[in-house]
Design a protein around this ligand. Sequence first.
Ligand SMILES: [Zn+2]
Ligand SMILES: [Zn+2]
Length: 533
Amino acid sequence: MTDRSLPRAVRLATPQAREVVVEVAKLHGVCIRPVPLKRLDTHTRQWETIDVPCGATMDSKCPSCAKRNKQLRMAQCREGWHLDEEPAITPDPASDEQRWLIEFRADIQAQRDQADRLGEDTTDLDAVIVGLDEEINEAGMRGNVLGRTTPKRSRSTRRRQDAPNLPKRTMTNTTLGRVFTGSDGKVYRPSLFVTLTLPSYGKVMNGTPVDPDAYDYARAARDALHFSKLIDRFVQNLRRVAGYDVQYFASVEPQKRLAPHLHMAVRGTLPRAEIKQIAAATYHQVWWPSADEVRFDGDHLPVWEDGIGYLDPATGEVLPTWDQALDQLDADDDAQPAHVIRFGDQVDVKGVLAGTPDADQCIRYLSKYLTKSISEALGRQAQREHAARFVDALRYEPCSPTCPNWLRYGVQPKGAREGMTPGRCRGKAHKPEHLGYAGRRVLVSRKWSNKTLTEHKQDRRTWVLEALGQTDEATDPHRYVWRPVPAGDANLEPLAVRLLRSIHERQRWRAHLRELEAQATGQDPSVTEGVAA
Ligand SMILES: [Zn+2]
Ligand SMILES: [Zn+2]
């Protein structure tokens, strides 16, 4: 059936024109990799296909969503940095959106697993899952949807990481920093912009090692893998020293030498020297089994036996399970952590005042990399070679307790199952676009602002609808039932047609917004330039 509401050119769109359509869609900020979903309206009993934006957070494959995400993040950063009243945080019950996200996540997972079983490419579905997991976290739920399958291990107190020797203030129940009154009677609320980097792994010039053979790739790889834990420790120590519930908005991005580093907008202020002291005293110990000695390699790999697990191929001896390996570690008084990670000496601390050009610049800095992936930032050949060596170093490093690489070091990965091969882990950390850091690129503390990213999105939606003279009516949360569109569904229109429809919609409401704006300012709409999407 032909949709007569679309212009002729749209209806005639042919696959050959697809590339052009995609370019036009990018220009209009329209998602170019929309996820089609079937929606049942329980009031009318009608099924409809709806395109949901892919929601890419930094995907060059969808610059439109990446750009929108960046703008939302900048708004969120600005909102919380210099807050002068405590944010009202109330834990709310799982909203309909949250429930829907989880159901949808489960459906996509099932699709992905089926594709995997059939030996099909799962790259796209994997990307959707990563995006959904971030979305689920944004929606205010913590942790992974698959949940914890085993009870949390309690590590013996002997191994508890010492709080480093740092000054400690009495904790006050506030998230706001100190206030200063200037000689003019004006109240100042200074905040901080902190940059933390990892140590040196060897001399670099222009982002590449001067002597690649001497560069400590192994250490660089392990540091990148555990960087997010180090950030957690830093925040704990920061709060202890500051004596209040310090809030932050941070982004993790690669330096030129490809090591992750951290930019952090901190609400409130501390003496520069104290921040440096905290960074210097902060460390994280990784209490994992040792991955230094290769026990199985090449054709000599552990073999799987149903009901038993992985065995030594030569002796038939059962390899220790993940839990057994950790128990051994606990029982050994002389055991050393598998890795200790610290920050490097380069600590940059800057005081920032609300509403100054300085603050704006920092916010731009914090979001600079949000539309780029690491591999995209690689320019010269030498840097690509450097990246390749880094990926090599990560290949056999265990990225998590479930990583198949543990088999190489004689330990069964947590949740071991048939078909695991060292060097073939599909974890995010091993991929060239992540280079060891599998954590989130944007870290926002819980009491940063009164709004979650979802609420920021909602704000935007409400604003647009109001501008269009429509009300954002509260919908019955149980009105719609969503289902994924099965792969290869013949009823799904070609992407080009769907993109053109979205572009058409976008143009329509933009024109409408321009008119409204012109009415408000008394100008001729034809000379008013576009309203930002
Ligand atoms: Zn998109
Ligand atoms: Zn892994």
